[in-house]
Write a protein that binds this ligand. Structure first.
Ligand SMILES: [Zn+2]
Ligand SMILES: [Zn+2]
Length: 176
């Protein structure tokens, strides 16, 4: 297993600075490894993370768990909570890590707990929401008949029999 200090440094390099939020994500990622009995980043889309925050911590998840926005296995269900649900597709194991309230805990204290493997002092382990997000799909592209730009099928709108992108489409809500 790689040394935790090196792992932390790789998170700081990716994120651009060292902060308390990153320490939370670092702790969550290491805890997820322990709970999954894994020792390294996931293969392709095997692991999925649904984050309830888009703050600093998600960068540690991207670095350590290989759950990334680009691969589509880091998803956001923004609730303003420091909570991360993890799912492993191969065996269906899942859990949700919720940061315990400790508003006065410093970055150094959080980091020390993560380094020591005292994860249960940082997070409560809860059941993950049952529905595992489906795998990232690949969509056909269409050309918007107004701006001529290519747009993926799942973002296409129809207006007067024309295919439009969302930017060119005029919403018809009449304030309702
Ligand atoms: Zn930060
Ligand atoms: Zn358009």
């Amino acid at each position: 297993m790689l040394k935790k200090q090196e792992l932390w440094e790789s998170c700081v390099n990716f994120h651009g600075h060292s902060c308390g939020g990153l320490a939370i994500g670092f702790g969550a990622a290491l805890y997820a490894w322990e709970l999954f009995d894994a020792e390294g980043p996931s293969e392709d889309e095997e692991l999925v993370c649904v984050a309830e925050t888009d703050a600093c911590g998600v960068d540690a998840i991207q670095v350590l768990l290989s759950c990334t926005v680009g691969k589509g296995n880091l998803l956001f269900n923004l609730q303003g909570k420091n909570a991360f649900s993890f799912y492993r597709r191969t065996d269906g194991k899942s859990f949700r890590l919720l940061l315990r309230p400790a508003p006065h805990m410093t970055k150094e204290e959080r980091l020390a707990l993560a380094m020591a493997g005292d994860f249960e002092k940082l997070f409560e382990v809860k059941a993950a929401p049952e529905t595992l997000p489906e795998r990232a799909r690949i969509f056909t592209s269409y050309t918007c008949s107004l701006c001529g730009e290519r747009v993926a099928e799942n973002y296409v709108r129809l207006q007067e029999r024309e295919v439009l992108c969302s930017s060119c489409y005029s919403p018809y809500s009449r304030g309702l």
